[in-house]
Design a protein around this ligand. Structure first.
Ligand code: FAD
Length: 475
């Protein structure tokens, strides 16, 4: 990592000291080397700057920080695990970073209500484990689950590989505790499924990317542990055939179909090259693959997945298939899926799109986007993969072999415009699960309904009139 030269603070030493006094010297980070990791993000697209990272240890400390920020008109940027992919957690203009990572307690687990209350800085994998310890599951599952936090998951309304069955982060939260820009605390932690007492304020903060308030805790839904889980790779000819297999899978498994991921051969090849512990699921090559998982409350997942694959073969859709024989093999399948993202790095520049279209439109979208992109940049290598069951494709374009990386990446906006135009034609979204942040902020006014955008702006002005809460993000 490059060592970051944090520019001179624009905050007076007195103000820095007032902020530091809230959390205690130990948790007020000013040493540039210690601040540095909070300023860079996964894709190295942005380099932030900040004189101060505050690491509060309680909701009250978060509240005191916000109060002081409002009093002194100091801009702040909430940060969780710093795994966001749209630059939302980066302090681009010298803002104070408020890292929620120390708020990492599981406050309560209530198996009768199937709900648990956790603090915002709890790592997603730890929340999953807390549910497992109570013989339940918390089904949100992302490649970054070992480092992203519940606060970040809710603030980005994260999706992931089990959204097909359980929904996105928004669908998995019952109540929230939120600190507003002026320091007031909204006590909305509740495990009620039914509560029709006015406007839905909880959902306002989910997906707000830290622009309306700081989430300090959340009550999350838990689900019964499935009694049987089966995972399989199926080789197929085309995304069109993947759709047919999705149809068969839904008709056979109904709600037990938890994941349905689409991967091209190039993804398998690059993942295997990137990480020697990853194995190709079968001897190919085949044009495309589906990675599917069935999680059943009964002992019938094996029968179900076998029935799906047998039907797929009978219909001439499934060319070959392999069922995970044991937990190790199942983990190996998912490891391969996780490696697909980083495996693109050695191939040079990659222009990313996190888009969704109606599930039925995925094959046409891919055909049209591939043609348009390779026409614009001959030799560019489309690398489309992701959550087909949700119509959410990570449509990435790797640079032509041997091309100049900087020159290729300079076409980022041209390529985005082209791809997003095709997404719009199919009634899709330019941000399926990563959010808007700063990466897509300029594009939002072109794709969002103007009345919806005006309502968003008035909500922001009302809750954060001084624009201190993650300014310049989303809007
Ligand atoms: P951060 O990156 O720290 O912050 C993200 C945003 O939330 C910022 O705008 C920040 O200001 C705000 N924020 C953070 N905490 C709070 C808080 N407590 N209160 C208010 N605002 C807050 N995303 C998916 O949706 N699906 C995937 O499958 C997926 N896979 C990924 C795989 C990898 C390898 C990586 C690196 C990322 C992936 N992501 C995925 C993106 C990312 O992990 C998610 O967006 C995640 O939810 C971010 O959580 P975080 O704690 O890291 O948040």
């Amino acid at each position: 990592m490059n060592i970051v030269q944090t520019p001179p603070s624009t905050l007076s030493p007195e103000l820095l000291a007032r902020f530091a006094a809230i959390v205690g010297e130990k948790y007020a980070v000013t040493d540039p080397h210690e601040v540095a990791p909070y300023l860079v993000e996964e894709r190295n697209l942005y380099q932030g700057r900040s004189p101060l990272v505050l690491r509060p240890g309680s909701t009250e400390e978060v509240s005191a920080i916000c109060k002081l920020a409002t009093e002194t008109k100091t801009a702040i940027v909430p940060q969780g695990g710093n795994t966001g992919l749209v630059g939302g957690q980066t302090p681009h203009h010298g803002e104070v970073v408020v890292s929620l990572r120390r708020l990492d307690k599981i406050r309560s687990v209530d198996t009768k209500s199937n709900a648990m209350t956790v603090e915002a800085g709890v790592i997603l994998a730890n929340a999953q484990q807390a549910a497992v310890n109570a013989d339940r599951i918390f089904p949100l599952s992302l490649g970054s689950e070992g480092s992203c936090t519940i606060g970040g998951n809710l603030s980005t309304n994260a999706g992931g590989i089990a959204a097909l069955a359980y929904g996105v982060a928004r669908d998995l939260v019952l109540g929230l505790e939120v600190v507003l820009a002026d320091g007031r605390i909204m006590h909305g932690l509740s495990s009620l499924k039914k509560d029709n007492t006015g406007y839905d304020l909880r959902d306002l903060f989910v997906g707000a990317e830290g622009t309306l308030g700081i989430i300090t805790a959340a009550t999350l839904k838990m689900f019964p542990k499935p009694r049987s889980v089966e995972t399989a790779f199926a080789a197929i000819e085309s995304p069109e055939d993947a759709l047919k297999l999705l149809d068969t899978s839904r008709n056979t498994a109904a709600g037990a179909l938890t994941s349905f991921e689409l991967l091209p051969q190039i993804a398998i090849d690059w993942a295997v090259n990137y990480n020697s512990s990853v194995r190709a699921p079968m001897t190919g090559p085949y044009p495309w693959y589906v990675l599917m998982e069935i999680s059943s409350p009964r002992d019938d997942a094996r029968d179900t997945i076998e029935a799906i694959l047998a039907q797929g073969m009978e219909d001439g859709i499934v060319l070959d298939a392999v069922l995970a024989a044991n937990l190790d093999q199942r983990n190996g399948f998912w490891k391969l899926r996780e490696i697909v993202s980083p495996a693109q790095k050695p191939e040079g520049g990659s222009i990313k799109h996190d888009v969704s279209v109606p599930v039925a439109a995925v094959p046409d979208f891919l055909i049209e986007a591939d043609a348009a992109v390779t026409n614009l940049i001959p030799g560019a290598r489309p690398f489309a993969f992701g959550h087909l069951g949700d119509g959410n494709i990570h449509y990435n374009i790797s640079q032509p072999v041997g091309a100049d990386t900087a020159g290729f990446l300079a076409r980022w906006h041209d390529v985005n415009d082209l791809v997003h135009g095709i997404v719009a034609k199919h009634g899709g979204s330019i941000s399926a699960e990563h959010g808007i942040g700063i990466l897509k902020r300029e594009e939002l006014p072109h794709v969002k309904d103007p009345v919806a955008l005006a309502i968003m702006r008035s909500i922001k002005a009302n809750l954060d009139p001084l624009n201190i809460m993650n300014p310049g993000k989303v809007l």
